[in-house]
Design a binder for this molecule. Structure first.
Ligand SMILES: [Zn+2]
Length: 420
């Protein structure tokens, strides 16, 4: 694991300097912030570094327009870091972290993040969500060597950022359920140690959702811990499976389509929140599924499948990439019959596991609403038709077995869309 030090506590900003020295000695630092995050913790961060005899320079992005992680901002940070042999200390949330993470990686240099909002689990993961040539991609990079968060700063973050992190955290219920399904099918076995890293903190956060809604410092700290732990789990697995299932694939389609509300991109956690409720609904519906409805259901041919994928993705390059993945998981003939038999055989156990893993739909919805997460597509500026479209695309794009594949392979994908 890349991350060697993780400190999340009240008053942690006062320890930025000593923790920096512990990790990097007295190497000079470059503090990277934006107008908002500088106000939230810039003064304390700089003072703490100076008190620890670390020479520090600052670079501040404007508060508006919001900084955007793309090839231009990364090149700027890269250049700043290259000029002198400095270690980056990024004061901010997901976007700033992504650009500094990538720029540091390009220079083969470790870095430290001082988080200002519990908005996303990407702080501690490998990879940075970056837009290159207008397309959102996850570029490879190392995770931060040091993660520090002051729970007083986290709980002062804008409510929408806390809600976004809560949505990304609740997504671990459905991501976990997809992993259980893949495990039962023999597609991807569960690693218990990694499972516990994600699923135990998740339950603590869910139990504390009312206190998180009230932005109580300790409870918001638990949310940050849970999000960090997801990142650590992905570091250990070198795979996002522990933290990401069908709900993330739905969000990914909306990211590709640049879903915006009021001229601003809808946050990752908000898209994922709507996806999580949709997937929860699909799983609970399996508990009352009439097995006889699955027998002998027609399945589209590969030619039909190829045509639907080409029709879905306007960009021919994306369509080609998707076709490769879709072909690799497309089953027909005896392979499809065997898969259907296997799915129907495991259905009773799957139903028990769904009941044990997932909260009741309305309870999860109520918790999300209380924390100000969107619970309907309309709240992220999408229609029900848009959600159905995103779910359709989500089943096409990755070779990760999820509940969407189960519905598809049983010939019940139309039913899934009706259930949303
Ligand atoms: Zn996420």
């Amino acid at each position: 694991m890349d991350t060697k030090i993780s400190l999340v506590e009240r008053g942690a900003l006062q320890k930025v300097g000593s923790v920096f020295v512990e990790a990097f000695g007295h190497t000079p630092a470059l503090l990277i912030a934006d107008g908002n995050t500088l106000r939230a913790g810039g003064f304390e961060t700089v003072r703490s570094l100076e008190m620890a005899n670390v020479e520090v320079q600052q670079y501040c992005f404007p508060a508006l327009p919001q900084p955007y992680a793309d090839e231009h901002s990364i090149a700027l940070v890269h250049q700043l870091l290259q000029q002198e042999n400095r270690i980056a200390v990024v004061l901010g949330s997901g976007t700033l972290n992504d650009m500094v993470k990538r720029a540091s990686y390009e220079l083969d240099r470790p870095y430290m993040v001082v988080a200002t909002a519990p908005s996303v689990d990407g702080y501690t993961s490998y990879g940075a969500a970056v837009s290159v040539g207008g397309f959102k991609q996850t570029l490879p990079c190392s995770a931060p060597l040091v993660v520090l968060a002051d729970t007083d700063v986290l709980s002062d973050a804008p409510p929408a950022m806390i809600a976004s992190g809560f949505g990304d955290c609740m997504a671990k219920y459905t991501a976990g359920m997809d992993w259980i399904l893949a495990d039962l099918l023999g597609v991807q076995p569960i690693r218990t140690d990694v499972w516990d890293m994600v699923q135990i903190p998740l339950r603590k956060v869910y139990a504390q959702h009312q206190r998180i809604a009230h932005r109580e410092s300790q409870a918001v700290g638990l949310l940050f811990d849970a999000l960090s732990a997801s990142g650590f789990a992905m570091q250990v697995m070198h795979d996002s499976r522990p933290a990401s299932g069908a709900e993330h694939l739905i969000s990914h389609i909306w990211e590709m389509e640049h879903l915006e509300k009021d001229g601003v991109p809808v946050s990752h956690g908000f898209k994922v929140a709507v996806g999580t409720l949709a997937v929860t609904r699909l799983y609970h519906a399996l508990c009352s599924l009439d097995v006889s409805a699955c027998v002998g259901r027609p399945m589209e041919s590969w030619e039909e499948r190829e045509a639907s994928i080409r029709a879905f993705f306007a960009d021919p390059l994306v369509a080609e990439q998707t076709l490769v993945i879709a072909k690799s998981k497309f089953l027909e003939g005896k392979a499809l019959e065997d898969r259907r038999r296997a799915l129907l055989a495991l259905l009773p156990e799957l139903q028990d596991r769904i009941a044990a893993q997932l909260p009741a739909y309305h309870q999860l919805e109520e918790a999300m609403q209380l924390v100000h997460c969107p619970i309907r597509p309309q709240e992220v500026n999408a229609t029900m038709e848009d959600l159905k479209r995103a779910v359709t695309g989500a089943q096409m794009i990755r070779n990760r077995y999820t509940v969407l594949d189960l519905y598809y392979e049983l010939g019940l994908f139309d039913l899934a869309l009706q259930l949303l």
